[in-house]
Structures are given as structure tokens and as C-alpha cells.
Design a protein around this ligand. Structure first.
Ligand code: TPP
Ligand code: MG
Length: 312
């Protein structure tokens, strides 16, 4: 969680200075979901992400240097500088791709889960998506098919209560997202997505269930983003106004998943403050090294921009 948080926050200044040319959707505040779910997975398992997937990529084992280089659109980035923040991938680590089309990877995750089942690979696939994707028809088609074929897939909805600037209560008559699994006979739960221990517990059970061939599962993780929808703060970016009430933002800051876990570790004498400070220092060095790596990298050669585009 600290690797994700510090890496995300290190991008704030470069974004504000105009050095980052692609849109960046920061994950700060939601780290417990990526960290807790991916800790329950093996390397061979697959994940599929969204426009806000730096956290998923890092938690599943993607390299930080390659991530930061990709955000700066450098050839050394994980998508060779052609993708930017919203198209990140590391197939060797099971990070099968992220796409900014809302709901765009749900059917891809479904296909991966179907392939794993046909090949009897015992691989579990996690499809991460936001509450906004519950407005996309493909989600319901995928829930139906996954249930019908008992696919080893976890539908992981990160409900941060907003789709861009639209509060969920203004776009859904039913706000208990986990209930969408019921008509498809899918076991579905709601979990506190800011409590990494609860996330890990729920994800571990879901993974075991899917590995036994009893999937799919749907989990709604409730959470909140601590930054703007795109960029560090939509007001500073000047494109949109962050219409979320200040009081609501302050309330969720008190539920910061990292501070939550720190409290648990210290109160139960599992870690000392000094241990936690050391972890942060080590991660700060990793983040700094990732920025040096990215800065030193070259941009893709303009003549080779279409080099990796699929052509029949
Ligand atoms: C199909 C589609 N419709 C609209 C958009 C514009 N858009 C980009 S992000 C976003 C909000 C997504 O909200 P949510 O799924 O809750 O994810 P969050 O940003 O909250 O993490 C929208 C509507 C898009 N990218 N794709
Ligand atoms: Mg959302």
C-alpha cells in the first residue's frame, strides 16, 4: 500500500508542472483493495484493470520503474511508451492490461477465465472495475455467462461512490451494488475496501472458491478516492470542479487505509513506529530511482509509433 501511495503522490508535482502528457487517474485512498486482493493471488493468476490501475499493476508485481516510465511515455515503459497511464500491462506478472473504456476489460477478463477453465489451468482471474461500470450492459452479460459456465473469475467492484463527478445515488436506483450478482445466482458480498485485512480475508475465500471450480464471485469494495477524478485535484487542473462535499472528503481522510493498518500494527505490538518509518524510507528510495530511470529514458521514435499496433 505504501509503494502505491508514494508512487502515486510522486506524480503530483510533475503533473502540476505539465510534464506528464497523458491523463492520470490517481489511486490514492483505494490502495487496500489492490493490495489485499493481489496478496491473495498467485503470480500465474490474471488481473484486468481500468483507467485507475497503477495500484493493481504494482500490487500484482509490475515494476515501478516501468510504470513511471510509461506515465512519462518513455520507450522503457511497460507499454513501450505508447500507452501512458491508462494502458499498463505486464503479462509475465499476470497484469493482462488496463483500458480507459469504462467496463472495457470485463469481457476480456471473462474470456481469460473461460480459457483457463477450458485448459484446466486452475488460474483465477480478477476483473477490477469501478461503480461507474455498473451502468454498462457488458457487465450483466458477463455476470450471466460467468455464472452459467461457472468460471473462475472474481468481479471486484471498487465503489468509490462517484463516476467522474456523478454521485452513484444520482445514477442508480439501487445503491447496494453487490446485489447485482443475485439475479445471476452469483455469491456476492460487500466489504470495507479501506480495511486491507478484511479485503484480504474476503479475497482469499473468493480465490479458494474459484480455484475449486465453484466460481464466479462478486465483491463490492466500498472506498473513496482522496484525489480528484483525473489529476491530483480537478480544481487545480481547471477542467472540472470537484463537487464532492469537503465534509465528506474530510470524513474519508480519517478512514485512510494506510493509517488504519498502521494503527492496527502499532496497537497490537506487531510493528514499531520505527519499522514503519523504515519501510517508508525504503519505498521513497525506490520511487526516486523509478523517476531517475524514467527521466533518463528516451521517447519512442515517431516513425515507430505504430510498431506494436495489431494488423491483420
Ligand atoms: C464507455 C465509457 N463511457 C464514459 C467514459 C468517460 N469516463 C471516464 S472515467 C469515467 C468514470 C468511471 O467511474 P468509475 O467506473 O466509478 O471509476 P472511478 O473513476 O470512480 O475509479 C467515465 C464516465 C469512458 N471512458 N468510457
Ligand atoms: Mg467510481
Amino acid at each position: 500500500m505504501i509503494r502505491i501511495r508514494l508512487c502515486e503522490e510522486s506524480l503530483v508535482e510533475p503533473i502540476l508542472r505539465g510534464e506528464v502528457k497523458c491523463p492520470v487517474h490517481l489511486y490514492s485512498g483505494q490502495e487496500a483493495i489492490a493490495a489485499g486482493v493481489c496478496a491473495a493471488l498467485d503470480e500465474k493468476d490474471y488481473i484486468f484493470g481500468t483507467h485507475r490501475s497503477h495500484g493493481h499493476y504494482l500490487a500484482k508485481g509490475g515494476g515501478m520503474r516501468e510504470l513511471v516510465a510509461e506515465v512519462f511515455c518513455k520507450e522503457a515503459g511497460c507499454s513501450k511508451g505508447r500507452g501512458g497511464s491508462m494502458h499498463i500491462i505486464d503479462p509475465a506478472k499476470g497484469v493482462m492490461g488496463s483500458v480507459p473504456i469504462v467496463g472495457g476489460t470485463i469481457s476480456l477478463a471473462l474470456g481469460a477465465a473461460l480459457a483457463s477453465k477450458i485448459r484446466k489451468e486452475k488460474r483465477v482471474t480478477v476483473s477490477f472495475f469501478g461503480d461507474g461500470a455498473t451502468g454498462e450492459g457488458v457487465l450483466y452479460e458477463s455476470l450471466n455467462f460467468a455464472s452459467l459456465k461457472r468460471l473462475p473469475i472474481i468481479f471486484a467492484c471498487e465503489n468509490n461512490f462517484y463516476s467522474t463527478h456523478l454521485p452513484i445515488r444520482e445514477c442508480r436506483p439501487e445503491n447496494d451494488i453487490f446485489k447485482i450478482g443475485k439475479p445471476f445466482c452469483i455469491q456476492s458480498y460487500r466489504v470495507n475496501g479501506n480495511n486491507v485485512l478484511k479485503v484480504y480475508e474476503a479475497a482469499s475465500k473468493a480465490v479458494e472458491f474459484c480455484r475449486k471450480g465453484e466460481g464466479p464471485i462478486l465483491i463490492e469494495f466500498t472506498t473513496y478516492r482522496l484525489r480528484g477524478h483525473v489529476g491530483p485535484d480537478d480544481n487545480i487542473q481547471g477542467t472540472h470542479a470537484d463537487i464532492r462535499p469537503q465534509e465528506e472528503i474530510e470524513r474519508w481522510k480519517k478512514r485512510d487505509p494506510i493509517k488504519n493498518l498502521e494503527r492496527v500494527l502499532i496497537n497490537n505490538c506487531i510493528s514499531k513506529k520505527e519499522d514503519l518509518r523504515k519501510i517508508k524510507q525504503e519505498v521513497e528510495q525506490e520511487v526516486e530511482a523509478a523517476h531517475v530511470f524514467a527521466r533518463m529514458g528516451s521517447n519512442p521514435n515517431p516513425e515507430e509509433l505504430a510498431k506494436y499496433v495489431f494488423r491483420e
